[in-house]
Design a protein around this ligand. Structure first.
Ligand code: HAS
Length: 549
């Protein structure tokens, strides 16, 4: 059993902290851009002439959606694996450092191009919007950097199995490996479009590009991308949260099963983001909508498991009735409160996702600001509040400092600011979206026409929410800097939960990686082979924008 107080070895701690520094610098830059966007959209604030609306929108999306998340997730998963398997050896650590520097160089290259206004292509960098080639090379480096970390995690998991025959692998390491297997399979799609389509096109080697193929390869990756954000939050909910509330893991097998299902169903569903696009046969859209409904199931299993964890702990403490456990939870502990608020807001966030995925209803909300409201509830609240909840104990654990009561009070304030700010902003976005408000639009584009009046109150509400979130970001950065550099020296627990005493043994089949990978690839082949052949074959030769490369 792990000693929760025993610090991660110093070399692994430095590695993880290097990731955390990049993540929190990104938070500061990205959230500031978010504030500027909401202010611009009120019409009461004009951006300086050298800064474009779509430029800051690109910085916001890339730096928060791609950089913060990737660095935080890899840092957290490395920490979790190191803690539960006994740490990395020099070769494994070197692989991770190589990955880290590739990601860092790639991020800086892409960021410089965005700041020079040479890559104002939003976080989805869809063609035919074109960026400077250095932006695409930067992205390619980031992806390759993540692969180094994926392979290092696979190697460490395999080494644990070899060194501990017959022993069940640690749940956190298992979940990290599933997340990275999914990432490895999915990111090949975006790597192909970036390396074989976008880079030659940006260099002028090709003059035409198959837009639909590129978008399809992007969304083949784009849906698992959002699960790459979600799964580390689920790691915390299943394997750490029970310890934070003083309870036990409800079921190790159920947790592993839901991760295996998430691996199966999170990749072959990218068409649910392309439901309104011509050129894809409706049959394949329908099929992927059905598979999307399957991917909801492991999230419902997660909700069930969490309710069971909370209720079991509540009953241990004397709670009665269906929701009596609510009174027994450690509300004064931000390590609990922040992720818990993330879970609560995932209920409307997930329901919104099911609406999006329902083909006909998607016609109402697609490309409206409803979608922006959806991902601010899921990614920017559920996932990010969970990441903040992790930061409160992970950073002081790594730096050998204390998570003090003062920082905990600030962290509770931060949770309240983030929850309230996001509720106001995201509700206004959902509402405006239902009325047909466009997803991305600068005030300067429609100033003076009827929309100025129609959207005014909603955009004002979004600016109020955005300003509260900006305050929340400042509080978070203060907490991070304190825990990283100034908090008193001491020992902070790395909470890792244990099984319930009467838990049934976990079936050995969960380590049958060949089986899981073959099923995943078979589902991908089933959902994508024919439509991709169609997309390539039906590309009108010579028509601008519709050639293969
Ligand atoms: Fe989504 C668009 C469908 C989940 C992120 N999504 C997006 C975009 C992003 C995003 C970034 O089908 C925009 C992409 C772009 O730039 O165009 N989404 C879904 C579905 C789900 C879903 C079906 N999305 C997420 C998550 C995200 C995310 C998670 C980030 C992390 N999404 C879509 C669709 C679109 C889309 C369409 C395209 C829209 C368009 O037309 O453009 C599901 O996976 C959701 C399942 C979740 C649940 C909730 C389970 C609840 C739990 C909490 C339990 C709470 C407890 C506390 C225990 C079923 C686990 C209880 C306490 C009490 C006090 C009660």
């Amino acid at each position: 059993m792990n000693n929760p107080i025993k610090r991660l070895n110093v070399k692994d701690s430095k590695l993880v902290m290097a990731h955390m520094h990049v993540a929190f610098i990104s938070l500061a830059i990205g959230a500031t851009m978010g504030l500027l966007q909401t202010l611009e959209r009120t019409g009461k604030f004009t951006l300086p002439s050298w800064l474009g609306y779509y430029q800051i929108l690109t910085v916001h999306g890339v730096i928060l959606g791609l950089v913060l998340t990737t660095f935080f997730i890899i840092g957290f998963m490395l920490a979790a694996q190191s803690k539960t398997t006994g740490g990395y050896n020099n070769t494994e650590r070197t692989m991770s450092w190589i990955g880290y520097f590739l990601m860092l160089v790639g991020t800086i290259a892409a960021a410089v191009m965005i700041l020079l206004n040479e890559a104002t292509v939003l976080f989805t960098f869809y063609v035919p919007l074109q960026a400077h080639v250095v932006f695409y090379i930067g992205l390619a480096l980031v992806i390759v950097g993540t692969w180094f970390n994926a392979w290092l995690m696979f190697m460490r998991h395999a080494r644990f199995r070899k060194e501990n025959p017959g022993v069940r692998t640690p749940l956190l390491s298992y979940m990290g490996v599933i997340t990275m297997v999914m990432w490895q399979i999915a990111s090949i799609g975006v790597a192909i479009t970036v390396i074989f389509q976008m880079i030659p096109w940006a260099l002028g080697w090709t003059t035409e590009i198959n837009v639909l193929l590129s978008r399809t390869l992007f969304w083949y990756f784009g849906h698992p991308l959002v699960y790459f954000w979600l799964l580390p939050a689920y790691m915390m909910w299943y394997a750490i949260m029970p310890k934070v509330i003083g309870g036990k893991i409800f079921s190790d097998s159920l947790a592993r099963l839901s991760f295996v299902l998430l691996l199966f169903f999170s990749i072959p569903v990218g068409f649910h983001l392309q439901l309104t696009e011509p050129g894809i046969d409706p049959f394949w859209k329908y099929l992927q909508v059905v598979l999307t409904m399957f991917v909801v199931v492991p999230s419902l299993m997660t909700a069930f498991s969490l309710f069971a964890t909370f209720e079991s702990r509540g009953r241990e403490l004397g709670a009665k009735g269906m929701f009596g456990w609510l009174k027994k939870m450690p509300w004064g502990d931000a390590r609990f409160l922040a992720p818990f608020m993330g879970m609560v807001l995932f209920i409307p966030g997930g329901a919104g996702g099911i609406i999006n995925a329902s083909h006909q209803m998607n016609q109402v909300v697609h490309n409206t600001i409803w979608v922006t409201g959806h991902f601010h509830l899921t990614a920017a609240t559920t996932v990010i509040l969970t990441f903040f909840g992790i930061t409160y104990w992970l950073v002081p654990h790594l730096t050998g400092r204390l998570y003090t009561p003062t920082m905990n009070r600030l962290a509770i304030l931060q949770t309240v600011l983030w929850t309230v700010g996001m509720l106001i902003m995201s509700t206004a976005m959902h509402w405006q979206g239902l009325l047909g408000g466009p997803r991305r639009s600068a005030y300067s584009e429609y100033a003076g026409n009827a929309d100025t009046l129609a959207w005014g109150p909603y955009q004002m509400a979004q600016a109020v929410g955005g300003s509260i979130l900006f305050l929340g970001m400042i509080v978070m950065i203060i907490i991070f800097i304190n825990l990283a550099f100034f908090a008193p020296k001491g020992e902070t627990e790395f909470p890792v939960a244990e099984d319930a005493p009467n838990a049934a043994p976990t079936p050995a089949v969960f380590e049958n990686w060949k089986l899981w990978i073959v099923i995943t690839l078979a589902l991908v082949a089933f959902a994508y082979t024919i439509p991709i052949i169609d997309i390539v074959k039906s590309a009108p030769p010579g028509a601008t924008g519709y050639k293969l490369w």
